[in-house]
Design a binder for this molecule. Structure first.
Ligand code: ZN
Length: 184
């Protein structure tokens, strides 16, 4: 957890514009460093959050069966190119006495996503955070993201999506549980 330095972000954006030869006095660009810095702060703002805090208070409610949260919006940033990775996550767990409100899982995904990331690591970190906090019988996480470093640059594979998945515990032992997560 840390505080993002907004002033430094603004300076960095100014330097990018200078590096490409833009005129920073051009009226249209006057607000750009501030706006772009604010956008970067939002995209990377998960760094200012403690992901574990979202799962810190399990509900007293008892629930025996699966909990599946589909189509969680994901906006992340590829740490190799600093361009967005966007898409959705499907998260499931088989409780062993502890559950949390589903909004807490959505906040956890968001906090872990909005930082310099790799899709594979993000997938694993979501699963591990749920395991640590809820100690369920099993947890499964699937991510389907457009990695813009593949779709708008480099190979420009415009329609491609990258799918990653982690299956632990019951989901590892019983593959019949997995199709419940997503339609693909
Ligand atoms: Zn990349």
């Amino acid at each position: 957890m840390r505080e993002i330095d907004r002033a430094r972000l603004e300076t960095a954006v100014r330097m990018i514009l200078e590096a490409v030869g833009e005129d920073l006095d051009r009226p249209e660009l006057r607000e750009t460093p501030r706006r772009a810095a604010e956008m970067l702060r939002e995209l990377l703002g998960g760094l200012e959050l403690d992901p574990a805090s979202f799962l810190a208070e399990p509900l007293a409610e008892q629930h025996e069966g699966l909990v599946v949260i589909r189509d969680i919006p994901v906006r992340s940033v590829c740490e190799h190119h600093l361009v967005p990775m966007v898409g959705r996550a499907h998260v499931a767990y088989l409780p062993a006495g502890r559950i949390v409100g589903s909004d807490r899982i959505i906040k956890l995904v968001d906090a872990l996503a909005r930082r310099p990331q790799l899709q594979e690591r993000l997938t694993r970190q979501i699963a591990e955070a749920i395991e640590r906090a809820l100690q369920p019988q099993g947890v499964a996480v699937q991510l389907e993201l457009e990695q813009m470093c593949m779709t708008i640059r480099g190979v420009q594979a415009r329609e491609s999506r990258v799918v990653t998945a982690v299956y632990h515990g019951a989901f590892e032992d019983d593959p019949s549980l997995r199709p419940l997560l997503a339609s693909w």
